[in-house]
Structures are given as structure tokens and as C-alpha cells.
Ligand binder design. Structure first.
Ligand SMILES: Cc1cc2nc3c(=O)[nH]c(=O)nc-3n(C[C@H](O)[C@H](O)[C@H](O)COP(=O)(O)OP(=O)(O)OC[C@H]3O[C@@H](n4cnc5c(N)ncnc54)[C@H](O)[C@@H]3O)c2cc1C
Length: 399
């Protein structure tokens, strides 16, 4: 609990904790804690429980089925659910596309797509990055050409997380090449079952499959799937990216858990007959990381509390938070690896297909630590790489 919490937030925290106690199935909690692989159904079931309780869309406005949560209330919710070992809510519909739809979409688009997000029957993926456009997103070249009542879309997206599970993709496409790069971009919703859409897996270095390449070959997309104004998609894309960076607050809870896990690992890992937890160098390193975690928590609360500040300040705050959170989680993951590597470091990813029905054994915990370290390397790349966040901060400081 943070010192910034008032009575209302403290009561809400207790309510979320009590709910999670019975609502997170033990099998799912074990999977999350050990970094084993979650099934799509694990996530959908959890989202449905939250929706029944009125919390899945808590940060949405009431008129769209939300609860008008403040950012701090949302943070408390994410903190407690992370602490309880709940799965992360799939962000693509609930956090990214939903808010774009109710902010910039038409009533028909809201009526058509928001219910599927609320009841988790429509799974979304994010088609932003391309082989030639990542940090420099405005360089994207997937073309959409208007043809009567439709667009014909051709191009390639890359790193598309969960595209293999997705029913729909929100996608940035180029509808004009005459203006400056940001001007000719449009925001389209594409049905993943459309002819011409091909999804190919990308297996990341943890040897697991979450990301994909998506090929779009003359895909016919109804013009009614355009969000807002043609050519103004950059505005909606940036609005969405701001939400993406705020979502990092979920990871603050995870970072705290990682630190606990590091402590437990140090108590059970022995060197020269003594637990590593008593080693002075480990203690120094651990103290340093513990302080950093506390600072991160305060930073996050401060950032979320200042909702009144201007857009520029909010954006810089979100960049600093993303930077600190992801770099700290990598540091803790590295310290975990340093501990278990004393006994050799086998990586058996096949163990991660675990049903969660029994208590995890030491080999599974180790596989999870290695996986978390390997896939955690990506956290300083996606959602804006560390270098890009540093550029944002430097620019704001006038450097
Ligand atoms: C696991 C994972 C999941 C992802 N999921 C999705 C998804 O679901 N949907 C989606 O659209 N995208 C997704 N991405 C893509 C992600 O957003 C991009 O990888 C990211 O924006 C970086 O782009 P890039 O890979 O093209 O690298 P590049 O932009 O080519 O960058 C390469 C390197 O150069 C540095 N660099 C680039 N420009 C600058 C600069 N101006 N100043 C200083 N340094 C610079 C970068 O920091 C990086 O170190 C995912 C990526 C990963 C790894």
C-alpha cells in the first residue's frame, strides 16, 4: 500500500484483494507466478470474471459500460491483481482499441465493436509496426487504396502480438503519400478472417510463440471500418500510444513480485554452505533494487495523481516510468539468473506448458526464471524503446 492512498483507495484495495482471493483459480495463479504459458481461455475466463464484477472496463466512462475510475484507482486495481497472480488483461481491446473507438469512432462502430470487447468474444491485435517502421512509425508503407465502398489493403505488419488468436486487427495504413509522413496515415479495423490475411509465427528467443508476422495481400476492408477521418490516423495512433505507456503501471506490481521472488531464491540457493541471501554483495545489490522499486512505486503514483497537468508533461512522465520500470525489471531478472546459474543453467521450455494443477517443482521455477529473463529483454524495445523514451525526456528538458 502506498502512503498516497486515501481512505477510499485503501477500501478499494481491500475489496480487490478479497475478490482476487477467490476469483483467481489456483491453477492460473501458479502459471502466472512461474511464467508458464497461459492459454487464451485462461485470460478470457479471468476477463469474464472481472466483467461480471464490473471491473474489466473500470477505467472506461460509465456511459460506455465503465466505472469512471481515476488513474490512481486503476493503478490500485492493477497492483492488487498483479500481486494476486492474476493474468494480465489483454490490452489490445480493453486498453487500446476500445478507448479509440469511444473517443473517435461513430455510434455504429461503438455499437458494433464495444460489446465484443466487454464480453471478450472479440480478440484484438495491434497492426502498427512493419519491417521498415518501428521507432520511426510514420515511415509505415502498408497501402490502403479506396475502391468504391471499400479499401484494398496491401503490406506487411510485424511483431504482431497474439495475431494468431485475434479476430480483429486495428491497423495503421497509408492512404496518401503526398503529404508529410504523419499526414497520410489512416486507422482501419481489419477482420482477420478476410481473404488475403496470412499470419506466420515469430518464435522469440525464449522459444515461445506470442508474436507474428501478418501479411496483407489485397485485403478488401469495408470503408465503414475507417476510424475518424481518412489521413488523420496519426492523431488516434498517438492517443493510443499514450494509453499503452500508462498501462506500464501494471508492471510495477510485477516488478515487486519479481523482487520477492529474488529474495526467496537467494534464501534457497546455497554457496559454500551458506544461503546467497547472507552474501554481502547480494545484500547490497538487493537493497539497491529494493530502494529503486520503492522509488518506482512513488514515481508511478505521482505520475498518475497529476491528471491535471498538460499533455507534454504527462507524456514525459509516462516515458520516464516506462524507462525505469522496464530497466529495473531487467536488472532483477538478471540477478535471478545470476543466482540460479550457480548450479548450471538448463532451459527446458517444454516444462512451461504446465496445467497448473499441481505445485510447481524446482525445474519449472527455473525454466520460468530463464523465460522471464529472455522475454523481458523485449520490454525495453516494445511500447517505444528505451532510446526513444530518452529522446522524449531529453527533448522536454531542451537538451
Ligand atoms: C515482443 C514484442 C512484441 C511486440 N508487439 C507488437 C504488437 O503487438 N504490435 C505492433 O505493432 N508492434 C509490436 N512490437 C514492435 C515494437 O513496437 C517495435 O519493435 C519497436 O517500436 C521498435 O521498432 P523496431 O523493432 O523496428 O526497431 P528500430 O526502430 O529499427 O530500432 C532499432 C534500434 O535503434 C534504436 N533507435 C531507433 N531510432 C532511434 C532514435 N531516433 N534515436 C536513438 N535510437 C534509436 C532503437 O532504440 C533500437 O535500439 C513488438 C515488439 C516486440 C519485441
Amino acid at each position: 500500500m502506498g502512503h498516497w492512498e486515501d481512505a477510499y483507495l485503501r477500501a478499494f484495495r481491500a475489496e480487490v484483494r478479497a475478490f482476487c482471493d477467490h476469483a483467481v483459480p489456483a491453477s492460473v495463479r501458479r502459471k502466472v507466478e512461474t511464467h508458464a504459458l497461459l492459454e487464451k481461455q485462461d485470460i478470457v475466463d479471468w476477463q469474464n470474471r472481472l466483467q461480471e464484477r464490473g471491473w474489466l472496463l473500470g477505467h472506461w466512462p460509465k456511459r460506455y459500460g465503465g466505472a469512471d475510475w481515476s488513474l490512481l484507482q486503476r493503478y490500485v486495481f492493477l497492483d492488487e491483481t498483479a500481486n494476486a497472480g492474476a493474468p494480465r488483461i489483454a490490452p489490445f481491446g480493453v486498453n487500446y482499441c476500445g478507448p479509440v473507438l469511444y473517443t473517435f469512432g461513430t455510434k455504429e462502430q461503438c455499437d458494433r465493436y464495444l460489446p465484443g470487447i466487454a464480453d471478450s468474444t472479440t480478440w484484438w491485435c495491434q497492426g502498427y509496426s512493419e519491417p521498415g517502421a518501428g521507432s520511426d512509425l510514420a515511415a509505415l508503407s502498408t497501402r490502403a487504396v479506396r475502391d468504391g465502398d471499400s479499401y484494398r489493403v496491401t503490406g506487411q505488419k510485424v511483431w504482431t502480438t497474439f495475431a494468431h488468436w485475434a479476430d480483429m486487427m486495428f491497423c495503421l495504413v497509408r492512404t496518401s503519400t503526398h503529404d508529410k509522413p504523419q499526414e497520410g496515415i489512416s486507422f482501419l479495423l481489419i477482420d482477420m478472417k478476410s481473404p488475403g490475411v496470412t499470419v506466420r509465427p515469430i518464435v522469440t528467443m525464449d522459444l515461445c510463440h506470442e508474436t507474428n508476422e501478418v501479411f496483407l495481400d489485397d485485403v478488401v476492408v469495408p470503408a465503414e471500418n475507417l476510424i475518424g477521418i481518412e489521413g488523420k490516423g496519426w492523431t488516434y495512433a498517438k492517443f493510443l500510444l499514450d494509453n499503452e505507456r500508462i498501462s506500464v503501471s501494471y508492471f510495477v506490481g510485477r516488478v515487486k513480485l519479481m523482487l520477492d521472488r529474488l529474495n526467496r531464491l537467494a534464501e534457497t540457493t546455497y554457496e559454500a554452505g551458506r544461503p546467497c541471501a547472507v552474501d554481502p554483495e547480494f545484500k547490497r545489490n538487493f537493497a539497491d533494487m529494493s530502494v529503486s522499486v520503492r522509488v518506482l512505486e512513488s514515481l508511478c503514483a505521482r505520475q498518475l495523481a497529476f491528471t491535471g497537468q498538460d499533455e507534454g508533461a504527462r507524456s514525459v512522465g509516462a516515458s520516464i516510468l516506462k524507462l525505469r520500470c522496464t530497466e529495473l525489471s531487467q536488472k532483477i531478472a538478471q540477478a535471478q539468473i545470476d543466482l540460479i546459474a550457480r548450479q548450471g543453467l538448463p532451459y527446458r521450455p517444454e516444462l512451461l506448458t504446465f496445467d497448473g494443477e499441481s505445485e510447481p517443482d524446482a525445474a519449472l521455477w527455473e525454466a520460468g526464471v530463464v523465460r522471464s529473463h529472455l522475454i523481458g529483454r523485449a520490454s525495453t524495445i516494445y511500447g517505444g524503446s528505451s532510446e526513444i523514451q530518452k529522446n522524449v525526456v531529453a527533448k522536454a528538458l531542451g537538451l
